[in-house]
Design a protein around this ligand. Sequence first.
Ligand SMILES: [Zn+2]
Ligand SMILES: [Zn+2]
Length: 134
Amino acid sequence: MGYGGTVACTDVDCVYRKKYFLGHGMTPVYPLSSLIMELHPTARPSVMEAVKDRHVCHYEHNHSLFHCTNCDHVFKKVTVKIEFYDGGSFETHRRCSRCKKDRTKEIDVGELENRICPKCKESLLKMDSFILWD
Ligand SMILES: [Zn+2]
Ligand SMILES: [Zn+2]
C-alpha cells in the first residue's frame, strides 16, 4: 500500500499545493525492464549494467522523499532495490538532484510541515491531507 499527502502553503493568497505519492503500490511493475524505463534516464544505465548476465531473484521499487542535509533541497525519487540469486544486491543511488552530494536522508511527507514554501518563500507549509493509494 502506498501512502502520501498533500502539502499546502499556509498563506491563503499563495496557491502553492503539492501532492506526494510515496511508498509503492500493490501492483509490482513487471517485468524489470519496464520498471527501468520509469526511472530517471541517468539512473537507467547503472541498473541495466547491474542486472546484466545475472539472475534476479527479487526486486522492488519505492517512491521516496529525500532531504539533502547539504543544500536543504527536498526531492522525490524512485529507488530500486534488486536481489540476485548469487546473494548480491543492488540499490540505486540517492544523490541530491541539485548539489549531487550523497548526503540525503529519507523523510516522511509530514516532515515537510513548517518548511518555507518554495513558491512565495515567505510562509510555512502545512499538511493538508493524507493519502493512501494502491
Ligand atoms: Zn543537495
Ligand atoms: Zn507560499
